[in-house]
Design a protein around this ligand. Structure first.
Ligand SMILES: Nc1ncnc2c1ncn2[C@@H]1O[C@H](COP(=O)(O)OP(=O)(O)O)[C@@H](O)[C@H]1O
Ligand SMILES: Nc1ccn([C@H]2C[C@H](O)[C@@H](COP(=O)(O)OP(=O)(O)O)O2)c(=O)n1
Ligand SMILES: [Mg+2]
Length: 229
C-alpha cells in the first residue's frame, strides 16, 4: 500500500509497490503545484481503481466537500442501457462480460454531460479504464486531467465489497467480477502507470473505513489548495 508516503516530496522518481505488487512509477516533484490549472478549461480529476475499490463512495464525499460535478462513466453507460438506445444492447452485453465498452461511446456520453453543465470542476469516476479510453478522451475533448486519484485496494477486499453491494447490477457476480479484475490489471493499471510517470497520480490506500480513506483524499486536495465548499 502506498498510503501516506505519497505526499513525501522527493526530488527524484522512485518505485512504489501497490496492492498488486506492481511497480508504479511515482514521479515526485520538488513541490506540489499550487496553481493546478493554467486558468483555462475545466478542472478535471479522473478517479481510478478496480471494481469495488470505493470510487463511487469517495466521489460522493468529494462532491459534498468540494462541490465538483461527479460523472460516473459506469452510471452513464447504465443509463444508456435503460434508455433502450441503439448502443444499449452492445453496452449491456459488454458489461455482462466484464469488458470495456468502445471508447467513442463512453467519451461521447461524458462529453455530452460536460458540455451541458455549467460546472467548471469535474470528477470523472471509473474513467479512463484503458489506453484507448485515455487517448480517445484527449483526442475528442482536447483535454487532459489535472489530477488522477487511484484507490488502491487488494483484490479479495474488492470482490467482497462488490458481492455485498446489492445494487442489482448484472456485473456484480463472482464470475463477472473476476473478469473485471483481469481487465483492470491488463488495461487499467498501464493507464495508472502512465499518469504516475507524468506526476499526476495520487494513490490512496483504499482499505479502512470510508472516513479514514477520505482523510487521504482531503490531504491531496489540501496540498493542491482545492478549497472545501
Ligand atoms: N471503505 C470501505 N469499507 C467497506 N465497504 C466499502 C468501503 N467503501 C465502499 N464500500 C462499499 O463497497 C461497495 C463498493 O463501493 P463503490 O463505491 O461502489 O466502489 P466502486 O465504485 O469503486 O466500484 C459498496 O457497497 C460500498 O458501500
Ligand atoms: N470507462 C468505462 C467505465 C465503465 N465501463 C463499463 C465496464 C465496467 O465494468 C462497467 C461498470 O463500471 P463502474 O465504474 O460503474 O463499475 P464499478 O463502480 O468500478 O464497479 O461499465 C466501461 O466500459 N468503460
Ligand atoms: Mg463505481
Amino acid at each position: 500500500m502506498l498510503g501516506q508516503q505519497r505526499y513525501i516530496i522527493l526530488a527524484d522518481a522512485s518505485y512504489s509497490i501497490t496492492a498488486y505488487n506492481l511497480k508504479i512509477w511515482e514521479s515526485f516533484t520538488t513541490e506540489i503545484p499550487t496553481q493546478v490549472k493554467g486558468g483555462k478549461g475545466p478542472f478535471i480529476c479522473f478517479v481510478l481503481g478496480g471494481p469495488g475499490s470505493g470510487k463511487g463512495t469517495q466521489c460522493a464525499k468529494i462532491v459534498k466537500n468540494y462541490g465538483l460535478t461527479h460523472l460516473s462513466a459506469g452510471e452513464l453507460l447504465r443509463r444508456e442501457i435503460a434508455s433502450n438506445s441503439e448502443y444499449g444492447t452492445t453496452i449491456l452485453n459488454t458489461i455482462k462480460e466484464g469488458k470495456i465498452v468502445p471508447s467513442e461511446v463512453t467519451v461521447s456520453l461524458i462529453q455530452k454531460e460536460m458540455e451541458s453543465s455549467d460546472s467548471k470542476k469535474f470528477l470523472i469516476d471509473g474513467f479512463p479504464r484503458s489506453e484507448e479510453n485515455r487517448a480517445a478522451f484527449e483526442r475528442i475533448m482536447g483535454a487532459e486531467p489535472d489530477i488522477v486519484l487511484f484507490f488502491d485496494c487488494p483484490e479479495e477486499e474488492m470482490v467482497n465489497r462488490v458481492l455485498n453491494r446489492n445494487e442489482g447490477r448484472v456485473d456484480d457476480n463472482i464470475d463477472t467480477v473476476r473478469k473485471r479484475l483481469q481487465v483492470f490489471k491488463a488495461l487499467n493499471l498501464p493507464v495508472i502507470n502512465y499518469y504516475a510517470r507524468r506526476g499526476k497520480l495520487y494513490t490512496i490506500n483504499a482499505v479502512g473505513t470510508v472516513d479514514e480513506i477520505f482523510e487521504q483524499v482531503r490531504a491531496v486536495f489540501a496540498a493542491l489548495k482545492l478549497v472545501t465548499e
